[in-house]
Design a protein around this ligand. Sequence first.
Ligand SMILES: Cc1ncc(COP(=O)(O)O)c(C=O)c1O
Length: 381
Amino acid sequence: MKISPEILNLVPYKPGKPISETQREYGLSKVYKLASNENPLGPSPKAMEAVKKALEHQNLYPDPSHYELLQTMSNEWGFPKQQLAIGNGSDELIDLLTRIFCEPKQGVLTSVAAFNAYEVSAGANRAALHKVPLTEGYCFDLEAIADYFMAHHQEKDIRLIFISNPNNPTGTYASKEQVESFLARLGNRDDVMIVFDEAYNEFVRAEDYASAQNYINKYNNLIVLRTFSKIYGLAGFRVGAMIAPPTVVEVYNRVRKPFNVNDLAQVAANAALQDKEFLQRSQQICWKGLDYFYKKLEELGLPYIHSQGNFVMFDTLRDAVKVNEALLRRGIIMRPVLNYGFKTHMRLSVGLEHENEAAIAALKEVLKEIPVLAGTPIPTV
Ligand SMILES: Cc1ncc(COP(=O)(O)O)c(C=O)c1O
């Protein structure tokens, strides 16, 4: 059996540890999972209602044209349907965009500590991934990414660029000014596609943030990804969305499976997108939770990165593997971020108030138990 090295080098995705597994392993009855940037309020109630009704016709195949959901996205986001598409989570969109734009050995460009799916999709599609270092503030360095592209795109045959804005796991963002000057340099080139992944778009509070959606009609090589997994509370249904030039949507629709998004998922996303009250409640709970975490992390003397997502990455100043283990024993699931090169950091998702309090109380105990190490330098690979 001969398997290509790109496939053999893939590292399996490590999801947040499931609650049931943690309960079994540690003999616990109460476990809080604040590890996967999910919506702690559950799904939008309007989505749940719509899904219950839709159960009756699940003997039928789903609508392969995604008509209703695309219509609602068009109304809500102000783009014609020819510029919109959905996938089985933005994960599927990331994977298929890589397949569409990269032939084996061609290059995908992103940042160090970018959302891990870009690396996995590059490997799975036998493309080569290139990473540019973060800034000192743990941000994507858009200027350095554009410089890297200009210097190396011919030699490395770079065809696709992924910018996660805001980024997971760091929670950092690129400002409107940075996005605009990046697009002014690389926009409208016919040899590269630029993908802005805005999974956390709705949680952003920074006033100088601008969604790349604003520039979709100005640049013909720009794609924006959104997801229903975060603020809309539908991670289990698997719906991601794409805003793109009509030609990209047309090609994507040829490549994807006809029934890639199941009917309940389409129905749920359609209802959730119109549930404004739920969106606002989700924002409020996120922002209140983040402010609580900032205050408590300051009290604990732990450096953290201001986040524009629904999670915060902080430096435990200790071995994160040991910290994680000690937290699990206390029934708290957070996310160590060693796979991104951070050996002493953890990522903590915002939960409900009592979950946030339990996480901080457990962390306080764990800090006393585990000895201090030096903080991790910013990773370079
Ligand atoms: C930056 C970013 N993009 C995309 C996703 C994937 O979202 P989906 O559930 O739509 O596949 C995530 C999930 O954590 C993410 O953090």
